[in-house]
Design a binder for this molecule. Structure first.
Ligand code: ADP
Length: 454
């Protein structure tokens, strides 16, 4: 692999360009017409308009045009980032057909983990407990009622192909099942192109804990410990912490071992994340994200690794430990603690509706222990309604969790963003909340704390 095209935009495109540059690989960017002035266009060594005449998001999903640009520019590797085509089997296959390296897991891995039902079956084969649920898809209301009868309520109906915290419906009793089932199926069809759903026991107040994995193409797999992503709003992550400060050493080891076992079982390669819900001392597998995640940054900070550089080297066929600067598992240690806040242009006073307009002031924090991964944020930038509302990720690092918290409070205070609304005050409220600072916050924390919204 000599030259890399990044089939994405915003902060993650810039993140990948940086890794490529450190490895002396020239970079190719793509941009939709609406992203003519976007930062990622100018951070690439060369950049081309993609999906001409298409709607903004569809431009970044235009597989054939992306392949055309890769071939014309001589890029022999494509990094898909997260979202967009990152988990798309058709895209990975088209890359392979054209002799372009898809920088991610194999087509077989994508196929298993793109479907949460298949993923749970793989976990089962590897001897890992998933959340009790139906073994396969539920095609009829009767299936929901039968599960409710045998396992009790509440239960959750989930889209097999779901993602991004969407396509889930909680059903609290048999009366709610009919409406829940029909809505879940039709929402799944509209959002993910398949109405297939399955049913799980709804865990009332879990923690969301996920394990970062790196695997090479020769069967070597390591974990880089866990992240606690329990601070969510409507099942979407808002603040992430690494490592989790409220689990025992034994539980940490068990969860990380289970994640490695699953990934070894499926012969996983490249970066991926195994997600679990944890209730008391029980942990249950929920899904695998077969790509780099938004929150990979905090794992990089506590393990002193560069996950994206490792992704590129793995895709070149290099070996962990020997050729890639990732030590053997027993040498990988957690050092300190890190927190990530996702700063978005969502307006907490207006039900988190994304705001748009021109940023007329942009001043960002810095200093020791502060990392910024910036999307299209600068004085004069235009925030359009077309894409995801993530503006900048701020991460802080400290020798322990409370020091990382102090730094995050300070970093959030330093921001001055005017012209568009942001969630910065809301994030400060979260960081200042006692439940967050004890490290005990569960997935229901935000939705059950109205004081955060003032
Ligand atoms: P997505 O792929 O859309 O991110 P996940 O399956 O990873 O969906 O779940 C996202 C979040 O939804 C979890 O972190 C958790 O807060 C909630 N959730 C999912 N399944 C359950 C469940 N069975 N019980 C309780 N909460 C759940």
């Amino acid at each position: 692999m000599k030259k890399v095209l990044v089939a994405n935009r915003g902060e993650i495109a810039v993140r990948v360009f940086r890794a490529c540059t450190e490895l002396d690989m020239p970079t190719v960017g793509i941009f939709a017409a609406e992203d003519e002035d976007a930062i990622h266009r100018y951070k690439a060594d060369e950049a081309y308009l993609v999906g001409e005449g298409k709607k903004p998001i569809e431009a970044y999903l235009d597989i054939e045009d992306i392949i055309r640009i890769a071939k014309n520019s001589g890029a022999d590797g494509i990094h898909p980032g997260y979202g967009f085509l990152s988990e798309n089997v058709t895209f990975a296959r088209r890359c392979a057909e054209e002799g372009i390296k898809f920088i991610g897991p194999s087509i077989e891995n994508l196929d298993i983990f793109g479907d949460k039902i298949k993923a749970k079956a793989a976990a089962d084969e590897a001897g890992i407990q998933s959340i009790p649920g139906t073994d396969g898809p539920v095609n009829h209301l009767d299936g929901v009622l039968a599960f409710g009868e045998s396992h009790g309520y509440p239960l959750i109906i989930k889209a097999a192909l779901g993602g991004g915290g969407r396509g889930m419906r909680i059903v609290r009793n048999a009366e709610e099942a009919k409406d829940g089932f029909s809505r879940a199926s039709s929402e799944a069809k509209a959002a993910f192109g398949s109405s297939e759903v399955y049913v799980e026991k709804y865990i009332k107040d879990p923690k969301h804990i996920e394990v970062q994995i790196l695997g090479d193409e020769h069967g070597n797999i390591v974990h880089l410990y866990e992240r606690d992503c329990s601070v969510q709003r409507r099942h979407q992550k808002v603040v992430e912490v690494a490592p989790c400060v409220s689990i025992s050493e034994e539980l940490r080891e068990e969860i990380c071992d289970a994640a490695v076992r699953l990934m070894k079982h499926v012969g996983y390669s490249n970066a991926g994340t195994v997600e679990f819900l944890v209730e008391d001392d029980q942990f249950y597998f929920i899904e695998v994200n077969p790509r780099v995640q938004v929150e990979h940054t905090i794992t990089e900070m506590i393990t002193d690794t560069d996950i994206v550089v490792a992704q590129l080297q793995i895709a070149q066929g290099l070996r962990l430990h020997e050729e890639i600067d990732i030590p053997e598992q027993k040498e990988i240690k957690i050092k300190g603690a890190a927190i990530q806040c996702r700063i978005t242009t969502e307006d907490p006073a207006n039900n988190f509706l994304p705001d748009t307009g021109t940023i007329d002031t942009y001043r960002s924090p810095g200093g020791l222990g502060v990392r910024l991964d910036v999307g299209n944020a600068y004085t004069g930038a235009e925030v359009t309604p077309y894409f995801d509302s993530l503006l900048v990720k701020v991460c802080t690092y400290g020798s322990d969790f409370s020091k990382a918290v102090t730094k995050m409070k300070r970093a959030l205070k330093e921001f001055r963003i005017r012209g568009v609304k942001t969630n910065i005050i809301f994030l400060s409220n979260v960081i200042n909340h006692e439940q967050f600072q004890t490290g005990e916050a569960k997935t229901t924390f935000i939705d059950g704390a109205p004081e955060l919204f003032v």
